[in-house]
Design a binder for this molecule. Sequence first.
Ligand code: AP5
Length: 212
Amino acid sequence: MGPPGAGKGTQAQRISEAYQLMHISTGDLLRGTIKDNSELGRKARVYMERGELVPDELVTALVRERLRAARRHRGFILDGYPRNQAQALALDEILAEEEIPLDLVVHFETPVEVVRDRLMGRRVCSSCGTNFHLKALPPSPNGRCSRCGGELMIRPDDQDQTVEQRIRVYEDFARPLVKFYRKKDLLHKVSGAQTAGDQYAELKRLFERKAK
Ligand code: AP5
């Protein structure tokens, strides 16, 4: 968990590749439903364009389906879910049903000015979905994705007003969620303001310790 731009997606992608874990990003799943122009996508788009949370039952249904498939994997990383206490309770229920343990909750604490800078400079590959940042994690010098050569785009919800609304929504829901996982003794804080390389190194150390 962490505010928009904290680096959740960047690190979830790196860690899931390093440990062969299933990466379940609710933002990516929802953007996929919009791309497919499904009924769910048409509903989700309205909320996402406003920077608000998509209704819990729609997002939880997507997560439930993915977590069923996760049983066949070594493990999973949930990125962007749960975002409120209702989702956290729903997640507990799904994990109990599927008999999957939850080992760790990582909280990326990130100052708001860092968040704004990250989202302003973000470019996303329209083909493979890799995230870049114009200054901190630049794409190829030819302005294309350095992974697959795809065209880069600005995420529609990275516009100024939508960013401010996403930050507000995060702040409204974060505190109870932190409390919820602190009580369960699962929460680990990581600074979202450090470089992506330092974040990755810290997360790897954390994962190695957990795996022992
Ligand atoms: P989602 O796609 O999850 O967006 P978000 O939570 O706002 O997070 P971001 O993807 O913006 O940031 P991130 O922390 O992943 O950072 P990233 O690694 O990309 O959700 C979008 C929308 O979907 C929501 O607003 C909501 O409407 C809906 N939704 C999703 N989940 C939902 C749920 N559970 N319930 C209800 N609705 C839901 O990095 C950002 C930028 O910074 C990139 O440019 C990257 O290259 C760069 N960067 C990353 N790390 C660093 C670093 N350490 N130093 C410098 N630059 C960095």
